[in-house]
Design a protein. Sequence first.
Length: 141
Amino acid sequence: MGFYPGGRCGRHEIVFREACVVVRADFGVPVDERPPDFLTVEEAGAVLRFSRGKAYELVREFLATGGASGMPVIRIGRQLRVPRALFEQWIGGPITWPIPKPHTSEPATASVASIASRSRTTRPSARRSARPEQRSIPFPA
């Protein structure tokens, strides 16, 4: 059997990326669009549409109970990662990737200039305008 740079080898497709060989059995899905093997706690919480605090609460529960309850997590050095296989088993099905972003009516990022211009136009003036019947200086000139 020969060595082929890319292409198919039996049932599997071989893809070369930056000196790494990635063997895929799912030919229709590009490597970048598949979920990673390890998710961050925030990513796992976003899949479930939980807040960041709720996700970490479930992780703390998992660590405190020795894995009896809570979101499955492993510690790699000082970082916490959620193994995708255990996570999918815990939720009872595969996850959707990429994580859908919540739709908002206004973009999340606005330029500083647009924020400053909005605040100037909507804020009432701190100074009172001079009334025509009242002189600006009460003393004779």
